[in-house]
Design a protein around this ligand. Structure first.
Ligand SMILES: *Cc1c(COP(=O)(O)O)cnc(C)c1O
Length: 364
């Protein structure tokens, strides 16, 4: 199989050293393995700027959605109601989760290329006193738009609501001051900006809130409270854990440190993202999200013209070593290029050269 570089928002391109960690079989009950889990949990808190007296990290088997579902399912009791702020497919997925779980919720939806409006949220909170929780995606991977967590955090504090943030595609790639923002549950997963492989998600949770979740869960396996209680004893997971993935993730955390932590990683992503957008813009590709709202994580580009054939373009680029990502908008033709993963400046230059060649070839 050819070693492609993935310009996708997870699974993404990982280092060989992260992949090599998976060559060893580990035992879930063994102390050496439990130590790895505990190290990961402590490190995640450190990355979140959170203190272990106030916060805890809970790891959950499955893809990121499993962790989101575990939070929604465990944090909301039958007396609670969520305000779910959406402007993309991942926010809408949370709405779907709420429907499946039979949770009380209200959706506040804005256009995919717009950020939620402070006044409108404030009015909803004044008008609907039943709302107990606010839920929002930080970086909407659908378009790459960066949602205003500071504004939402301010409102959640003022109105005393529990705040749940899906920071799946941003945590580890952008600094997020979890205690400062008063985030009660922050959700992310192994295969995004920490640059591990897929297999589990994690939640950074405020202990005080988590303690009140006992008995809320409508599901056995997605019970965040029980998962925490078990894991918190000594690092043993409830049920079989993805041992290879966990080992790889631990290595990925070390490599994040070696790179210079989140600030250094953010700069790499941001620089690559700026170069990418600038170069593609020159040859007719417009970003769907305006610059001030654009995250350094992933960019959605509009098709450059009516004749543009994404399949053809995708294959051309793939044959030259890079895998792109299709769009996820229903009303506009877009495709996406991710910046996260083990991708450096040279990769982006090479990718832009390939795309330039493609545009030249197709025009002739
Ligand atoms: C990747 C992602 C998820 C989780 O998706 P999975 O396919 O379940 O891993 C959730 N929210 C956002 C914003 C994401 O980028």
């Amino acid at each position: 199989m050819i070693h492609y570089k993935l310009l996708t928002p997870g699974p993404l391109t990982t280092t060989s050293s992260v992949k090599e960690e998976m060559l060893l079989d580990r035992c879930t009950w063994d102390n050496d393995y439990k130590i790895i889990t505990q190290k990961i949990r402590a490190k995640l808190l450190e990355l979140a700027g959170a203190d272990k007296v106030e916060y805890t990290a809970v790891l959950m088997q499955g893809s990121g959605t499993f962790a989101v579902e575990a939070v929604m399912n465990s944090a909301l009791s039958n007396q609670d109601k969520a305000l779910i702020i959406t402007n993309g497919a991942y926010g809408e997925r949370i709405v779907k989760i709420a429907k499946y779980m039979g949770l009380a919720f209200r959706e506040y939806r804005v256009a995919y290329n717009e950020c939620p409006n402070e006044e409108e949220i404030r009015n909803i909170l004044i008008e609907d006193q039943d709302i107990s929780h606010m839920v929002m995606v930080h970086c909407e991977t659908t378009t790459g738009i960066l949602n205003p967590i500071e504004m939402v955090s301010k409102l959640s504090k003022k109105f005393e609501k529990t705040l749940i943030i899906d920071a799946m595609s941003s945590f580890g790639g952008m600094e997020i001051d979890v205690p400062g923002l008063g985030i009660d549950y922050l959700i992310s997963s192994a295969n995004k900006c920490i640059q591990g492989v897929p297999g589990f998600g994690f939640v950074i949770a405020r202990i005080e809130k988590l303690l009140a979740c006992e008995g809320n869960s409508r599901s056995l396996s997605l019970d965040l409270y029980d998962q925490w209680k078990e894991m918190d004893k000594d690092g043993k997971w409830r049920f079989t854990s993805p041992t290879h993935v966990v080992a790889a993730f631990s290595k990925a955390l070390d490599e994040l440190d070696e790179e210079g932590g989140i600030p250094a990683r953010f700069l790499r992503y941001q620089k690559n993202n700026q170069n990418l957008r600038e170069r593609l813009n020159k040859i007719g590709f417009q970003a769907y999200i305006s610059e001030e709202k654009q995250s350094p994580i992933i960019t959605a580009f509009r098709f450059p013209n009516d004749d543009f054939n994404f399949e053809h373009f995708y294959t051309f680029v793939k044959e030259r070593g890079y895998v792109l990502y299709p769009g996820k908008l229903t009303n506009e033709s877009t495709f996406r290029i991710g910046n996260i993963g083990e991708i450096d400046e040279k990769d982006i230059e090479e990718l832009c050269d390939i795309i330039e060649t493609y545009m030249g070839v197709v025009k002739k």
